[in-house]
Write a protein that binds this ligand. Structure first.
Ligand code: SF4
Length: 668
């Protein structure tokens, strides 16, 4: 039988939302490749998605509802039916609601699939149920808070803008792992003569893309930004007309904050030599159109939002926004292209159920009262692996009185603890609507193949549960396609002028970015707000991250072969990654008597995790690096990297602090 080639979208939590071409043969995805017609990703995929068909048709896929038979966490289940699952879940929840109230039920989801309908399918259901609400801040909420403090709702420039820059700064962004297509923009800018800097805490796989690498102390990026601004002012490299016209609070900032960040002090804070700081400020001030591409990792410290806020002020001082190719891109704002309220349905809420922060799941499961969490419903997320303070999370999941349902494609660390596991569709088996957060592309994707086994999409499961709970609202009886149609047919100014024929044909299309859109500062004052009277600290300052009592700063960086805990079902990717490494400077390894290639245990006040030691001068002394999040079944010891990360939150945005932990390391 001949194959048909159809279009789809990469559904994972990655800024590019790559266009896919899927060869469908006899109802199966035979081959997945990049769509060369995608306006930004242009036919290339990362190593993870190149064999997506191996994930979709993996022999490890869950194909039937499963019911726990053994101890929690043992992974022993018997197969059952959807009818049985719906009946048991509804009966358990009704019992819990009678005894404790609906807030005793906690949903847990994040970004296992990024489509607007499937990702958010649980919101209307849990709002209607009256369940506790989940504060979904595990990824970039501090980064958003830092950006908003200065730029409000201002849209970041399209990534292609960087191609016109003469100085690109990759600031805390491991683009080789997380933004591979942005590196094409970097390459094209370099061909035109641009210089590229990488500011990082160790020499990441992105280093070869940079002309200069600046290694800073973890959590000191904000001090670097303030130090550079001190020097820009000292040397009169400020774009005065721009500042006078478009910036609020510069004079205050100059007089009351910047004098505190002379190069000697900033050198001590960042670890960069004074001459380097001088050279950086001079080059930044002299650049025609410097462009900062900001990562998210640097916002995952106790000072993360303030760090972003300080960095975002830099381009304002030199007027970079006004120049073609200049500015700062933290994230694109394509999310507003669709009326998400039609999916989220906040109007189904009655009252104001409590908010539980997703970074503090361990705390919530073990200590929350009035009412205690009696049921957890997890969908497209794997908190047993990805949530911080893993031992507390697993302790909570092991509670015999916690009724846990997990809707998943694979038997993850979390699914092993479930009372009921429901099989989930992959993105090729359901329809959805996508928007990228690293580009301005949107795309509609239809289901291309039938569900594998008896798997169901998020949308279908919540429809089923709504019926089992007796919800009368017709909203829950519509299909995902109905909702997608509604989102697409609701007019939105951001979509004006798009290529509708291409969009309807399932191609990715770009939202038009207004000419000079970078200069529309959507803040209360209409200016870039270096001074923001609504913030607890009205001006940016530096304060240190949490740190800790152990000698090594732990960097929990992205992997080239996984995305958080996604793709861990793939043996081929794990083989390429070789092992769960802890990277350490050779000097530190020698001091500790640790040997390359041997197991080592990192530990702190929260727990421990065993890794294989990789010694490398790419990691500075005093820092250790663990890339990727491994499933427990593949870990050399009993914990993954999140056994070492804390539930503390960021300064603003209630974000995660995955990068703000210290450890010691010993032989196992
Ligand atoms: S994970 Fe990212 S880079 Fe890889 S295919 Fe998906 S969107 Fe593209």
């Amino acid at each position: 039988m001949s194959a048909e080639v159809k279009r789809s979208v990469c559904p994972y939590d990655c800024p590019d939302a790559c266009g896919l071409l899927v060869e469908v043969r006899e109802g199966k995805a035979a081959k997945v490749s990049g769509d060369p017609d995608h306006p930004f990703t242009r036919g290339t995929l990362c190593p993870k998605m190149n064999r997506y068909q191996d994930t979709v048709h993996s022999p490890r896929r869950l194909t039937r509802p499963l019911f726990r038979e053994g101890a929690k966490g043992a992974g022993l289940f018997r197969p059952g039916s959807w009818d049985e699952a719906g009946g048991v879940i509804a009966a358990e929840w009704k019992k819990i609601i009678n005894r404790h109230g609906a807030e005793a039920i906690l949903p847990y989801s994040y970004a296992g699939t990024m489509g607007l309908v499937q990702r958010n399918a649980g919101h209307p259901f849990f709002h209607r149920l009256g369940a506790s609400r989940l504060e979904r801040t595990i990824c970039s909420s501090a980064k958003e808070a830092g950006w908003k403090a200065v730029m409000g709702e201002t849209a970041g420039p399209p990534p292609q803008e960087a191609e016109e820059s003469d100085l690109i700064i990759l600031w805390g962004i491991n683009a080789a792992a997380t933004h591979i297509h942005f590196l094409n923009c970097v390459r094209r800018a370099k061909e035109k003569g641009a210089k590229v800097w990488l500011i990082e805490t160790y020499e990441t796989p992105t280093s070869p893309a940079a002309d200069q690498l600046f290694i800073v102390r973890p959590g000191s990026d904000g001090a670097l930004a303030l130090g550079m601004m001190h020097l820009l002012v000292r040397d009169d490299r400020i774009d005065r007309p721009f500042v006078d016209a478009y910036v609020q609070g510069f004079e205050d900032f100059k007089k009351t904050v910047l004098p505190d960040y002379p190069p000697e002090k900033v050198s001590r804070l960042t670890g960069l030599p004074r001459e380097t700081l001088e050279a950086m400020a001079k080059a930044y001030g002299r650049a025609r159109a410097p462009f900062i591409r900001l990562g998210a990792g640097l916002s995952r410290y106790g000072n993360g939002a303030m760090t972003v806020r300080s960095i975002v002020c830099l381009p304002a001082l030199v007027g970079a926004h006004a120049r073609r190719g200049g500015g700062c891109l933290a994230s694109t704002s394509s999310g507003g292209a669709f009326a998400l309220k039609e999916v989220l349905r906040e109007d189904f809420l009655t009252g104001k159920p409590r908010l539980v922060n997703m970074n503090q799941l361990g705390e919530a499961l073990n200590r929350l009262k009035n009412p205690p969490v009696q049921s957890l419903y997890v969908y497209h997320s794997n908190p047993g692996a990805v949530a911080p303070d893993q031992s507390q999370v697993l302790k909570g999941l092991a509670r015999e009185d916690l009724f846990t349902v997990v809707h998943e494609r694979f038997m993850t660390d979390t699914a092993r603890y479930a009372d009921i596991v429901l099989p989930a569709t992959s993105s090729l088996e359901h329809s959805d609507l996508y928007r990228a957060y690293g580009t301005y592309c949107i795309q509609r994707a239809e289901a291309l193949i039938p569900p594998v086994g008896e798997s169901k999409s998020n949308w279908e499961v919540f429809s089923l549960l709504a019926e089992a709970m007796g919800f009368p609202e017709p909203f829950f009886r519509q299909s995902a396609e109905d909702l997608i149609d509604l989102l697409v047919s609701t007019p939105n100014p951001l979509r004006e002028g798009i290529d509708w024929d291409a969009f309807r044909a399932g191609r990715a299309v770009e939202l038009p970015f207004p000419e000079n859109g970078k200069m529309h500062f959507k803040t209360p004052s209409g200016k870039i707000e270096i001074r923001n009277p609504k913030e607890p600290r009205t001006l940016p300052v530096y304060f240190p991250p949490y740190g800790g009592d152990f000698p090594f700063q732990l960097m929990t960086s992205p992997s080239l072969f996984g995305l958080n805990s996604s793709f861990r079902e793939r043996d081929d990717l794990r083989t390429k990654e070789k092992a769960m490494f802890l990277q350490m400077n050779p000097f530190d390894a020698k001091e500790k008597g640790l040997k390359e290639g041997e197991p080592v245990t990192a530990f702190n006040q929260l727990g421990e995790a065993t890794f294989i030691l990789k010694t490398t001068p790419r990691v500075p002394s005093g820092v250790v690096v663990a890339e990727g999040v491994w499933w427990l079944e593949h870990c050399p010891g009993r914990g993954s990297v999140n056994a070492l990360t804390s539930q503390r939150l960021t300064d603003r945005g209630n974000g995660s602090t995955f990068y703000d932990n210290t450890v010691d390391v010993r032989q196992p």
